[in-house]
Design a binder for this molecule. Structure first.
Ligand code: ASP
Length: 406
């Protein structure tokens, strides 16, 4: 990691600390409206900029990744390993969430006054159909990441199959990758300021609620997030990726902190790509395939949250979940997390699907609705670390397949 990168991680960390202190000061001075009105908009502008660069980066870098892999067999091998790893870790994540939530005794909360209008969950087959676009522009304009990935894969394959005549498209795309990366670096250099502007209003607005009765369920979710990162990912990167877990965690810090404050895995893709290539030594073609895919379908933190929230809501309503219910939750939360968009608050909407699968009242979402942002910060951080761990592991396994390492 270069000195500059190191100092950027430190700057983000400092900004986070300062933001927490500033948020508490605004709270104690009873001036919550000030950071909401004057700081939050700058954070929002920054997230807008990241979102704006996200689709061009994903589209062009996946095309570049596919073309540079060249061999459709290699793409199949990377894709297969990545998806298998994502599915396994998500199941682990939800199991950890359920076990920990069952160890806690949650108080029964007052449900009156909680307002949340649940949206109907999207059936899984509809999600699968929507992956295949009917129109080349609509997914790009709508930032619909899975179809964007499919479009990029098709264009990449098209370039490979066209050979010499398609070379001009490859060259233009390579140039575009460079241009978008330059823009992205400029945006990322602003991240410490953005982190401060994003975290201060969250602390000012949520302080009292977090100190209240929801603290226990938040604590449970955060312990589960930590267990998943320190046990599952650390073991996976050291056993499968042959990388020291400390190096992995240090290398992923910027992406984690950014995901934590922005609550959007999609907006964090550019930063994850940087961390993977510069800090973790993942090759560009593997990173540009695994990370955008992970930001779209791999949501371990979200799965943990859904498990913890389901047990919490059940206990608030005095409902006992059976072992069969738990297994159903593991399966539906895994599917729900695949269908969750990498955007703020998306996991809470998909929680409706998990609750419905075991007959829990969907209105129960209202109980956790008020502090969703706090849950979301942790779960997005975990989601992004999960994507990075896959990049490390798949890269290592491909290097082994190519005989570059033992
Ligand atoms: N905010 C999460 C993410 O972008 C999704 C969620 O709400 O769980 O990864």
């Amino acid at each position: 990691m270069s000195k500059l990168k190191e100092s950027l991680a430190l700057q983000i960390f400092l900004a986070l600390g300062l933001g927490v202190v500033a948020g508490l000061c605004f709270l104690w001075a009873d001036q919550v409206a000030f950071p909401v009105k004057w700081l939050k908009p700058f954070g929002t502008i920054f997230i807008n900029l990241l979102k704006f660069i996200c689709v061009p980066i994903v589209l062009t870098s996946i095309i570049q990744g596919v073309v540079s892999l060249g061999d459709p067999k290699k793409i199949g091998s990377i894709g297969g390993k990545t998806i298998l790893y994502y599915l396994c870790t998500t199941m682990f994540a939800i199991t950890i969430g359920l076990i920990l939530a069952n160890l806690f005794t949650f108080p029964v909360l007052e449900t009156s006054g909680a307002e949340y209008a649940a949206k109907p969950p999207v059936p899984i087959m509809d999600t699968i159909i929507k992956i295949f676009p009917t129109n080349i522009l609509a997914p790009i304009v709508g930032m619909d990441m899975l179809p964007v990935i499919v479009i990029a894969l098709f264009i990449g394959f098209g370039i490979i199959l066209t050979g010499e005549k398609g070379k001009i498209v490859k060259d233009v795309n390579d140039g575009l990758v460079e241009v978008f990366m330059k823009i992205m670096h400029g945006i990322i250099s602003l991240s410490p300021y953005a982190v401060f502007c994003l975290i201060t209003p969250v602390v000012a607005e949520n302080g009292p609620k977090v100190l209240g009765s929801l603290a226990l369920v938040l604590l449970c979710a955060y312990i589960a997030y930590a267990v998943h990162v320190f046990v599952t990912y650390s073991t996976a990167v050291s056993v499968l990726g042959k990388m020291n877990p400390l190096k992995f965690l240090k290398g992923g810090t910027e992406a984690f902190l950014f995901a934590f404050t922005s609550t959007s895995s999609a907006a964090t893709i550019p930063i994850s790509l940087e961390c993977a290539e510069k800090n973790l030594g993942v090759r560009k073609d593997v990173a540009s395939f695994t990370l955008p895919l992970g930001a779209t379908i791999n949501m371990d933190g979200t799965a943990i949250y859904q498990g913890v929230a389901a047990v919490f809501i059940a206990s608030c309503y005095g409902i006992d979940l059976t072992l069969g219910d738990m297994i159903t939750i593991i399966l539906t939360a895994t599917l729900a997390s695949i269908g969750t968009a990498g955007t703020p608050g998306a996991g809470m909407i998909m929680l409706a699907m998990v609750l419905e699968s075991v007959g829990l009242p969907v209105e129960g979402i209202a109980l956790v609705f008020g502090v969703d942002r706090i849950f979301d910060m942790g779960r997005t951080g975990v989601n992004v670390l999960g994507d990075l761990s896959a990049a490390v592991i798949v890269d290592r396994s491909e290097k082994k397949r190519e005989g570059l390492v033992d």
